[in-house]
Design a protein around this ligand. Structure first.
Ligand code: CMP
Length: 232
C-alpha cells in the first residue's frame, strides 16, 4: 500500500535530493517511487543480516543505522553509521553475493528500497548513478583500510608496551625520571621477538616518544609514568 498524497510528494521531493538520484528526471523518480517499498523500523531492529541473500538497495529516508559485524563471542565491530540520504545493500545488489554485514537501526528509521532489476535499469540509463555508487564504495574502502591500519597499530603498540614492561622488570633501574632500561634490543630484534616488522616497531616507539611516554638515548630507554598509566 502506498502513502498519502502529501507524504508521497514529500518522499519524491526527498528522492530528487538524494545524491544517488540527482541525475534522474521527474518521471524516473516517479517510476522508482512506484516500484519501491517504504518501511518503518523501530530502534534496534535488524534490517539486514550478514550472510543472507539479498537483492534490494535501501536509501534512508529518516533515522540512522549502524553497519556491524558480530564475532563468535558476541563482540561487535561497527564498520559505519549511515544517516538520512545515504544508502546500503548495494554490495549484494551488485555482486549477487550474500549480505556482507548486519544493518541495525539506531533510532526510528524509515527506508525506501528498490529491487536489483529496477535499480539496474536506472543504472543502465544513467551511468552517473554507477559512478556515484563506485565513489561511495571507494570512500567506504578507504575508511575500512584506515580501520585495519589503526587496529594493526594498536596490536603492535600493546605488544611493544608489554615487552617494555618485561624489560623494565628484568633489567630496569629506578631513576627520578622513570624506569631506565640500560640495554635495549634493536628495533629489528624487538620486531623479530614480537612477530612484527621493524617499521611497525619504529612507528610505535616514535609515537610513544611523541606522547612523552618514553625517551631514548642510544641503547638506553626511559619509561615514563605516562606509559605505565596507559597500561593500568
Ligand atoms: P550488503 O553487503 O548488500 O549488505 C550489508 C551492507 O552494509 C553492504 O551491502 C553495504 O551497504 C554496507 N557495508 C558493508 N561494509 C561496509 C563498510 N565497511 N562501510 C560502510 N558500509 C558497509
Amino acid at each position: 500500500m502506498k502513502e498519502q498524497p502529501e507524504k508521497t510528494l514529500k518522499i519524491k521531493e526527498f528522492l530528487k535530493q538524494v545524491p544517488l538520484f540527482t541525475d534522474l528526471e521527474d518521471e524516473e523518480i516517479d517510476l522508482i517511487y512506484q516500484v519501491s517499498r517504504i518501511v518503518h523500523y523501530p530502534p534496534d531492529t535488524l534490517i539486514l543480516s550478514e550472510d543472507e541473500p539479498g537483492n534490494r538497495l535501501y536509501v534512508i529516508l529518516t533515522g540512522r543505522v549502524k553497519i556491524a559485524l558480530w564475532g563468535e563471542e558476541g563482540q561487535e565491530i561497527i564498520l559505519s553509521v549511515l544517516k538520512q540520504g545515504e544508502f546500503f545493500g548495494e554490495m549484494s545488489l551488485l555482486d549477487e553475493e550474500p549480505r556482507s554485514a548486519n544493518v541495525v537501526t539506531l533510532e526510528d528509521t524509515e527506508t525506501i528500497s528498490i529491487q536489483r532489476k529496477d535499480f539496474t535499469a536506472q543504472m543502465k540509463k544513467h551511468p552517473g548513478i554507477l559512478l556515484k555508487v563506485a565513489r561511495e564504495l571507494c570512500r567506504r574502502l578507504r575508511n575500512a583500510d584506515k580501520k585495519i591500519g589503526d587496529l594493526a597499530f594498536l596490536q603492535v603498540y600493546g605488544r611493544v608496551a608489554q615487552l617494555l614492561m618485561q624489560l623494565a622488570s628484568s633489567q630496569g633501574i629506578v631513576t627520578k625520571y622513570g624506569i631506565l632500561i640500560p640495554n635495549m634490543p634493536t628495533h629489528r630484534e624487538i620486531a623479530a621477538n614480537l612477530g612484527s616488522s621493524r617499521e611497525a616497531v619504529s612507528r610505535v616507539l616514535s609515537d610513544m616518544k611523541k606522547r612523552g611516554q618514553i625517551s631514548t638515548s642510544g641503547r638506553q630507554l626511559i619509561l615514563h609514568e605516562k606509559l605505565m598509566d596507559t597500561l593500568d
